[in-house]
Design a protein around this ligand. Structure first.
Ligand code: SF4
Length: 584
């Protein structure tokens, strides 16, 4: 059994609901989609009191089940105007699980800025947030730990979220209490800011209870063994997500100078300093940490702690998407420059994909030259201050592109495209087009899928199949980086879930739940006013050939959506109704 908390911020009251069994399996992204559809909030103002902000964890939260402690945050996105689920690693989901809390919803708006404290004894208090207001996340976290101790985990609304900048995420503590694991996408931090909740502080206690603890522990062991034996996981473990830069640069799909080229360097002639191999070696020589677990128990440990020339920590983590959008997309070629900007962005608690694409568009508009990292740092400081330019940039790529009348603006549904040029990385491109989440590679990333001579239908099928599995992983709190093991071991995962919850959910529970989550998200977006036209790529992807591959985009929204309907019917998923077997 677990507790779900319904906060009513105006009255500072909380209603506690007990949940058990199947209810706890339909968590994270699924729970968010279902709740937002049922509460019929598709047409509300996303920064108003009517937009609920949901935090949800999966059935293994609080344990050392590898990569299974992610926390999902959901609401109507103020950036896209559509549905949003943004998830993060760190220890906050772990802490909630340990207190046997499966999630909570922030409803309404608080009269004053508050810190919500949730203790292991079930006590909930609202404390004055004044001492932390306007501070960067690093300083705010230090002050919060001074007050509440080290054995707590934080969810933080940064200084940009305070003024409802749409690039703002929600930052969660990592295992060493750095507030750097960010649910970054879609402006969830702006929604937290609109509610005047500066921080939520949760106790870390001990392993929670389970229906069959022995079965869960067997799952922990077996899943861990399979991860350790998997080649893809070993590669992620040794070089981190930065290794993706080596692969995508080689394929010619890296965003370079506002998506005007697909390759930063020809590796036959030059070292790719922005790649995983170089970064790992340099980081090792400097005394940095090339592998790091962002949450307790994760055996993949794809994260890192990046050190400067003197061996001092510069930033943790330095990840591929940041290297791509805040780095190569802005014309940078030295990881030290990206690391510096990444650290500022982390302190602000903002989305490095969205702000990187925004700065690329600013350079395209002639406000600076590509590669000018001094300009970029100054722009981020404006975002911190919230001055006129800062508040404009904090509105994200689409709105800044409109402001400067820029033609080449890399967004889908007003959200910046991730570091996979859709002209080359086609399946991921289709996922970013059709997902209700706005351009987001994590909804269905297949970067190395062989797309040559394949039709839109064939690639859309690959995209939708992986989208369903990603949605399911996001619904049970599993990090998608474990998918090379997760997606071929449903029996192991389901045995563990059933052991944890005392349920008898079938083996096809995972893909079925994933498909249903996708359908509910699409229902939400339709109600919010989205049409097929919103799924089309920006025109320049169709009009401009990308070098060195000489490819332009060849898939259009109508054809992708036509196939999507076929795919849903093939899997017997009803498009216009909520799944009938609601556990709530
Ligand atoms: S695989 Fe990486 S991102 Fe995922 S939980 Fe582990 S350390 Fe975090």
């Amino acid at each position: 059994m677990r507790t779900y908390l319904h906060f009513d911020l105006p009255t500072r009251t909380v209603e506690r609901e007990t949940r058990s069994g199947e209810q706890l399996a339909y968590a994270g992204r699924y729970y968010i989609a279902r709740t937002l559809v049922e509460r019929d909030v598709a047409t509300v103002d996303p920064l108003s009191a009517d937009n609920p902000l949901i935090f949800s964890v999966g059935p293994f939260a609080g344990t050392n089940f590898s990569n299974a402690n992610r926390i999902s945050v959901g609401c109507k996105s103020p950036l896209t105007g559509g549905i949003k689920e943004s998830n993060a690693g760190g220890t906050f989901g772990f802490a909630l699980g340990q207190m046997e809390i499966c999630g909570f919803t922030l409803n309404g708006v608080s009269d004053d800025w508050v810190v919500i404290r949730i203790t292991k004894d079930g006590e909930i208090t609202y404390d004055d947030a004044t001492p932390y207001m306007g501070k960067g996340n690093i300083e705010a976290a230090e002050l919060l730990h001074e007050k509440y101790g080290e054995k707590v985990s934080l969810a933080l609304c940064g200084p940009v979220g305070e003024y409802q900048g749409l690039v703002a995420g929600i930052a969660f503590s990592d295992p060493e209490n750095r507030p750097v694991r960010i649910a970054a996408r879609g402006g969830v931090g702006a929604v937290m800011g609109s509610k005047k909740v500066k921080a939520i502080v949760a106790d870390k206690v001990k392993m929670p209870t389970f229906s069959d603890r022995k079965k869960v522990m067997m799952g922990v062991r077996d899943y861990g063994q399979k991860l350790n034996a998997d080649a893809a996981i070993q590669a992620l473990n040794s070089r981190g997500t930065a290794m993706v830069a080596d692969i995508i640069n080689h394929m010619g799909g890296l965003p370079v100078r506002n998506f005007s080229s697909g390759q930063l360097v020809d590796r036959e002639k030059e070292t790719l300093k922005m790649g995983g191999e170089f970064i790992r070696e340099q980081n090792l020589q400097r005394g940095g940490t090339p592998t790091h677990a962002c949450m307790p128990g994760c055996l993949i440990q794809c994260s890192n702690i990046y050190a400067d020339k003197d061996g001092k920590e510069m930033v943790s983590p330095l990840e591929y998407e940041t290297i791509g959008l805040l780095g190569t997309n802005c014309g940078l070629s030295d990881p030290d420059d990206v690391a510096l900007l990444n650290q500022i962005a982390n302190d602000l608690g903002i989305d490095t994909i969205e702000i990187g694409a925004t700065l690329g568009v600013l350079m395209e508009a002639g406000q600076a030259t590509f590669g000018d990292h001094v300009f970029m740092a100054a722009a981020l400081e404006d975002v911190r201050k919230g001055n006129e330019r800062g508040r404009l940039l904090a509105q994200g790529t689409h709105r800044v592109g409109e402001h400067f009348n820029v033609k080449r603006v890399p967004v889908i549904k007003k959200q910046a495209i991730s570091a996979y040029d859709p002209r080359v990385i086609e399946v991921t491109g289709i996922s970013m087009m059709v997902t209700a989440q706005g351009a987001d590679h994590t909804t269905g990333n297949l970067p190395t899928f062989d797309c040559k001579d394949k039709t839109t239908e064939e690639l859309a099928e690959a995209s939708l199949d992986v989208q369903a599995l990603c949605a399911a992983a996001d619904s049970v709190g599993l990090c998608v980086f474990g998918r090379s093991v997760t997606n071929i071991n449903f029996e192991l995962i389901m045995d563990s879930i059933n052991g944890a919850l005392g349920t008898e959910l079938p083996i096809d529970f995972i893909p079925t739940m994933g498909r249903e989550a996708l359908v509910m998200e699409m229902q939400f977006n339709e109600k919010a006013g989205f049409t097929v036209a919103d799924d089309e790529l920006p025109a320049f992807f169709y009009d401009e050939k990308l070098q060195p591959t000489n490819k332009s985009a060849r898939h259009h929204a109508q054809a992708v959506n036509d196939y999507r309907l076929e795919w849903l019917s093939k899997h017997n998923v009803t498009v216009n109704a909520l799944p009938s077997d609601s556990p709530y």
